[in-house]
Write a protein that binds this ligand. Structure first.
Ligand code: PGA
Length: 248
């Protein structure tokens, strides 16, 4: 499967810094002869337009970090999936653990957001993953099953959906699961997805949580890991590029 390396910039980057980073990545990707992987950056909404322009013609995709479930309306401060598409976005992250944790987003809402993404022609990157307490309790697989059942719409296809497994305790902590644990969870996610949709074998499953240049090759070599969702390390062109080169 063609891997996807996605950068989630979170609430970081000014327009100047973000466009400089994008231009740097875009040049490297455009000049690369062997490009058997997709590269995506998800900047904050304020600079999606500028970053998209900086990446024009490079082949690097631009995505949003979240969207509202409604198409439009009286939702102050929110961004609709169609607005992201209007700026040239191809993807949108939904259900990131920081949205679940700080905004109280539940599976049902995340599924509605994924449907809004489909309606706008975007690929939804649906995030799932257990907390540390859930892993300690032996519930990691059950949590992923529950989140898939609740947040992956029955209209999901391999073309419109990417699943990102991000153990909450690994995000921004420098800690990662063992490759054995990642393999176990990703195989489980693949099996669970096949109960919910056709073509689950072709859905890209990303691993996310403290992916760095030093561990990317190992994590990306795990069976059923079809790419990475990268937070902190995606803010540095050198680090993000080094991670992407694990796919070459
Ligand atoms: P991290 O974040 O790479 O900084 O751990 C990953 C994410 O939240 O997507």
């Amino acid at each position: 499967m063609r891997p996807l390396i996605a950068g989630n910039w979170k609430m970081n980057m000014t327009k100047t810094a973000g466009t400089a980073l994008a231009r740097d990545l875009g040049l490297r990707y455009a000049e690369q002869a062997e490009r058997d992987y997709d590269l995506l950056v998800c900047p904050p909404a304020t600079i999606i337009d500028a970053v998209g322009q900086a990446l024009a013609g490079s082949g690097v995709f631009v995505g949003g970090q979240d969207c509202h479930a409604a198409q439009d309306g009286a939702y102050t401060g929110e961004v609709a999936a169609g607005m992201l598409a209007d700026l040239g976005c191809t993807h949108v992250i939904v259900g990131h653990s920081e949205r679940r944790q700080y905004h109280g987003e539940l599976d049902l809402l995340i599924g509605e957001k994924a449907k809004a993404a489909y309606k706008a022609g975007l690929i939804a990157i649906i995030c799932i993953g257990e907390t540390e307490a859930e892993r300690d309790a032996g519930d990691a697989l059950a949590v992923c099953s529950r989140q898939i059942a609740g947040s992956v719409p029955n209209t999901a296809t391999p073309e419109n959906t990417v699943i990102a497994y991000e153990p909450v305790w690994a995000i921004g902590t420098g800690r990662t699961p063992t490759t054995g644990d990642v393999a176990e969870v990703h195989a489980h996610i693949r099996a669970e997805l096949s109960r919910h949709m056709a073509g689950a074998d072709a859905v890209r499953l990303l691993y996310g949580g403290s992916v760095k240049p030093g561990n990317a090759s190992q994590l990306l070599a795990v069976p059923n890991v079809d790419g990475a969702l990268v937070g902190g390390a995606s803010l540095s062109a050198d680090d993000f590029w080094a991670i992407a080169q694990s796919c070459v």
